[in-house]
Design a binder for this molecule. Sequence first.
Ligand SMILES: Cc1cc2nc3c(=O)[nH]c(=O)nc-3n(C[C@H](O)[C@H](O)[C@H](O)COP(=O)(O)OP(=O)(O)OC[C@H]3O[C@@H](n4cnc5c(N)ncnc54)[C@H](O)[C@@H]3O)c2cc1C
Length: 258
Amino acid sequence: REEVRSYGGRIEEGTVTSAERDATGFTVRPADGSAVHGRRLLVTTGLVDELPEVAGLAELWGRDVLHCPYCHGWEARDLAIGILGTGPLGVHQALMWRQWSESVTLFLHTGPEPGDEEYEQLAARGIAVVDGEVSALEQTDGRLSGVRLAAGTVVPCRALAVAPRLAARAGFLATLGLEPVGQEIAGTVIGTYIPGGPTGETAVPGVWVAGNVATPTEHVIGSVAAGNHAAAAINADLMAEDTRRAVAARRAGDAFRP
Ligand SMILES: Cc1cc2nc3c(=O)[nH]c(=O)nc-3n(C[C@H](O)[C@H](O)[C@H](O)COP(=O)(O)OP(=O)(O)OC[C@H]3O[C@@H](n4cnc5c(N)ncnc54)[C@H](O)[C@@H]3O)c2cc1C
């Protein structure tokens, strides 16, 4: 933050609840009723991980309840890893986590029954499949120790991979006419995002998106890069507008003021 301020940037605290277009750009309003104006709007509000509703799951999120092998694979290596099946990508997730541990169990939970070919793949990789719904996660000293099935059995487990619904944090853009759309992977809707072009430009002129609000599966480095691309595009857009206005002022014999 100090670095941003040292370049003349302003940082305002608050959660934006609405965004409106006005004569010279956009006004966003935090919940406290104040207003911040800008000539262009770059939205980088990320997403909400909507977690499966299983008792004890939310409190272990990000620690022992995980979603991404690229983020957590090293820390979970060689542990007993469970996969909570909630959709058609459960088998894919199990095969991914199998790269990190020989002890992987796919809990079918509310996910679909694997097909014959998938069962063969799971068997070939030594991945156990447990039928039945999961009712709760068990903890020992604040860490995941087991997965409790509705039938009562507890399967020992030290890490549980889940597939949260990745919901764009973009409700405040509705006033500008921007609504999140479904994000699909292999025909399965995994969440929502605000569509943007190569530099994050949206269907609403003057509004850009970058990071997880635009690409739910993006990681830190890609989100930062998207912000960088959007910033350059916004700069080019402002430069074009300033030049247009300067030419118009010159033709009219007026002085141009940005
Ligand atoms: C458990 C977990 C582990 C992860 N591990 C890794 C990892 O190891 N490596 C990696 O590269 N990626 C990892 N990721 C992914 C990484 O967190 C994201 O890719 C990255 O944070 C996306 O950046 P972003 O700026 O788009 O969104 P965010 O980092 O989510 O930032 C959005 C910001 O906008 C703010 N905001 C939201 N709504 C509003 C509003 N209405 N008004 C004002 N402010 C608002 C939020 O408070 C937040 O500060 C992980 C994600 C999770 C959930």
